[in-house]
Ligand binder design. Structure first.
Ligand code: SF4
Ligand code: SF4
Length: 118
């Protein structure tokens, strides 16, 4: 199993980190040197700019999350990195909780799954 985050769309809500039963995700500083340490392809790596449609959708939302904050305060903020994708058991919990709809999972059979927020 391969898991990565399309980081230009990550709001920092931390839902993936909170629901994953096998600790695939870690929240990293947006300025950190380890923010691109999952298997995200070049186009999905963090380059310092959030996609405008995602910013427009989430920056004004008052849902208790610190959207687009540089660092994680223990509840939200920062940016998610799938540091442990090989452990994924495909429970799909993260796929329905991701605000930015930016989690991608590839399985051994070649199927690709994208998160859809519910
Ligand atoms: S689908 Fe995989 S990465 Fe997502 S929450 Fe379940 S085990 Fe974790
Ligand atoms: S659930 Fe999605 S938007 Fe929220 S921190 Fe994880 S990858 Fe980013």
């Amino acid at each position: 199993m391969q898991v990565y985050v399309e980081k230009q769309k990550c709001t920092g809500c931390s839902h993936c980190h909170d629901v994953c039963p096998v600790a695939v995700f870690e929240m990293k500083d947006r300025n950190g040197t380890d923010v691109n340490t999952d298997v995200a392809p070049q186009e999905a790596q963090w380059k310092g700019v959030t996609e405008q449609t995602i910013k427009d959708k989430w920056s004004g939302k008052d849902d208790g999350h610190n959207h687009f904050a540089n660092t994680n305060d223990g509840k939200s903020g920062g940016i998610s990195v799938a540091v442990n994708g090989a452990s994924c058991i495909f429970c799909q919990a993260c796929l329905v909780q991701c605000e930015g709809e930016c989690i991608v999972i590839n399985d051994e059979a070649g199927s690709v799954y994208h998160s859809v927020y519910e």
